[in-house]
Design a protein around this ligand. Structure first.
Ligand code: NAP
Ligand code: ZN
Length: 351
């Protein structure tokens, strides 16, 4: 199926109209008309070639929501007309120990990304949600219980939501826990909302003082401007868990020293250049840990979506036209978005 898309042809070329070929739906496939797609910082890292191994043309976008237009004869999960989502994963081996534990994101044979992923054992590139339609195996399709009017604001849950939900759950964030969220961007603002909804005491860390008041409205109990040393010192050795979503290289020691005994800081940001190596002292004196986490499994993504529908949680978004994507990228680099751009795909259809 010839499908309209926006693609980067090289790390230095702006995104521009492009046509891709989607497969015809197979027995287990779901064909989806894409209605909205969120703009993740990973999209920007990828199209600009900031991470190794990017294949061009590159069509990014892994916060996809839309409506089912066709299903293969073996599909039972959804039907034509259902509202559905697709996140960062469109395939995995489904037989390894990790997949057997519903941890497709840690598939031992490598999961297939919604974009810039080559099919298992093959070399065919995958193309993401900056397009009008996609065809995905039903296992990787998520059901959406939110009302249709909220659909655009649901899109960011497919990456920003699950990438923050998974570590918050894994490290048992809940009532009685003091939790820090570092960086109030697309991921961070979801981290604040979800940690708050899970019952934790949430402290937001930002380099943008103007985001302070807004962070309280998102559900933070306190806000710390991380460049203010005095504010940072007042929280020394007090956190059970810190979720660090910063998209740029920075000093991790400043945050490690805020962890209490046995506390953990989990990084999910993947900056283009590495963080300075952290010092040993903050680790050993309070048995602190530094950890990482990547997106989340499909069952866990469904759990997060259902939790959000139940608790009335969506992302705070600014809707844009596909044609304005480069302006949106430029603002994202300056941390100037509250808190996620979402592309209205009707604008690409009109192109
Ligand atoms: P984003 O919307 O750009 O947010 C990143 C935030 O980091 C900014 O809003 C800013 O928050 C803070 N920040 C930016 N530059 C900084 C600097 N130099 N020093 C300190 N803070 C800085 O990005 P995002 O979409 O949330 O993604 C964040 C990172 O996570 C990206 O690297 C992305 O690729 C990665 N990611 C990882 C996964 C995973 O599975 N692990 C999944 C998705 C995305 P303040 O203005 O509040 O300081
Ligand atoms: Zn993402």
């Amino acid at each position: 199926m010839l499908t309209k898309a926006y693609a980067a042809q090289s790390p230095t070329s702006a995104l521009a109209p492009h046509t891709i070929d989607r497969r015809e739906p197979g027995l287990h496939d779901v064909a989806i008309e894409i209605l909205f797609c969120g703009v993740c910082h990973s999209d920007l890292h990828t199209v600009r070639g900031e991470w190794p191994g990017v294949l061009y043309p590159s069509v990014v976008g892994h916060e996809i929501v839309g409506r089912v237009t066709a299903v293969g004869s073996e599909v039972s999960k959804v039907g034509i007309g259902s509202l559905v989502g697709v996140g960062c994963i469109v395939d995995s081996c489904q037989t390894c120990a990790a997949c057997a534990r519903d941890l497709e994101q840690y598939c031992e044979n490598g999961f297939i990304g919604t974009y810039n992923g080559s099919s298992l054992g093959g070399t065919v590139n995958t193309y993401g949600g900056y397009s009008t339609a996609i065809v995905v195996d039903e296992h990787f399709v998520l059901k959406i219980a939110h009302e249709e009017k909220d659909l655009a604001a649901v899109a960011p849950l497919l990456c920003a939501g699950i990438t923050t939900w998974s570590p918050l759950r894994h490290w048992n964030v809940g009532p009685g826990k003091k939790v820090g969220v570092v960086g109030i961007g697309g991921l961070g603002h979801m981290g604040i909302k979800l940690a708050h909804a899970l019952g934790a005491h949430v402290v937001a860390f930002t380099t943008s003082p103007s985001k302070g008041e807004n962070a309280l409205a998102l559900g933070a109990d306190e806000v710390v401007v991380s460049t203010d040393e005095e504010q940072m010192r007042s929280h020394a050795a007090s956190f059970d868990f810190i979720l660090n979503t910063v998209a740029a290289s920075h000093d991790l020691d400043a945050f490690m020293s805020l962890l209490a005994l046995d506390g953990t800081m989990t990084v999910v940001g993947v900056p283009a250049s590495p963080h300075p190596s952290p010092s040993v002292a903050p680790f050993i004196f309070k048995r602190r840990a530094l950890a990482g986490s990547v997106i989340g499994g499909i069952a866990e993504t469904q759990e997060m979506l259902d939790f959000c529908a139940e608790h009335g949680i969506t992302a705070d978004i600014e809707t844009i036209a596909m044609q304005d994507i480069e302006k949106a990228f430029a603002r994202m680099v300056k941390s100037d978005v509250k808190y996620r751009f979402v592309i209205d795909m009707a604008t690409l259809n009109a192109d």
